[in-house]
Write a protein that binds this ligand. Sequence first.
Ligand code: SF4
Length: 433
Amino acid sequence: MSEDQVRVSFRTLGCKVNRVESEDIAADLLGRGVALSADDDADVVVINTCTVTAEADAKARKTVRHALAAPGRPVVVVTGCLAAVDPMALEALGERVVVEPDKERVAGRVAEFLGIDPNAPHSHVVRAGEGFRTRAMLKVEDGCDVFCSYCIVPHARGGPRGVPLAAAVSEARALVEHGVKEIVLTGINLGRYRDGSDDLASLVSAVGETGVPRLRLSSIEPPDLTEQLLETLAATPALCRHLHVPLQSGSDSVLSAMRRNYTVDEYRALVSAAKDALPGLSVTTDVMVGFPGETEEDAEQTRALCEEIGFAKLHVFRYSVRPGTPAAEMAQIDPRAKASRAARLRQTGDSLRAQFLQGHAGASAEVLLERERPPDVFEGTTRDYVKVRLQRLHPALAEDDAELGVGDVVEVMLGEPYGDGLEGWLPAARNAE
Ligand code: SF4
């Protein structure tokens, strides 16, 4: 089979890290001269799976079965966390399934299948995912050793491993040279980043020095918000003042059953130290309801803590059994209780979000323009992670011809709520320029 007859497409499930890794594999294949396709009729499909819950497993199997439904498709390559945890279950789905848990090897396996020498030298292609011109995710860490009792990730991905600091910085530099305006440092457990004696703080300051206008952390576990990291974040002007700090529960007994490595008081103190160190910081979080043993009182403590902390956004998850984890062996709670706790917490999340957005109305903020929706509407994001819909011109200033484009960083006046974000206007000063 020759590569110019064959197109490869991707299906990526799960987290941001998977997305970055799929982009890396795609970039590698492009560098080997392979054609990529977004269509359903590609000849080879690479499926990057997730196994964070039993639902994620089911979705992965369904995606593989769907890909196999194209009778002429010679091969479906499956990688990702489910491929690492349960390769046999995936192989059992069909003879055309090739399971390759090692993502570093996926492009080589596809190339081999296409009859391209997998060891032939190939050019480096900087990844070109959606939003590439403005924001790029830079994966610097893989793996986790926390072993929360509901999570299979440390089993699937192994312990933490950091990309060498020099390599991460040189990729960041390349992205900046390609016009990227915002780099998001990502990892499975980013705070566990290490390269010898260098840690996440060293990496943040080194990437901050590449001249990237904006730098963001994808997520940080509470115990990793150390004083030293906060000092570095505060001293890095590019750092966007938004942190995603998973809380999971506001009850000490649930946190301990989850094997999270902090207490409610510690979480409270860490977030308050972060807010002191980084004025204007917005904090978002993940909260899990319905963990085995969680009582109504525990759920109420979680809700009350979320209100007290005043998160900018809550991501509410219902606990679901993940076979192979300690929590799967614990006594499960009634699904109806889970559903009503999740609904209550989502309501709290909605009102916190509304308060957060209202707090911005009438303020001015720096917005990175990420997409253009013709005519004359842009969508972008503030440094504290508010989505903004920006009209090119204020109606009252319609004569103005300010030139805007995707990738621009502009000062914007924020107004009324719009979807999950806010309307924005260019202030008169700029319009009058
Ligand atoms: Fe899983 Fe806990 Fe590690 Fe997050 S910190 S990846 S939930 S084990």
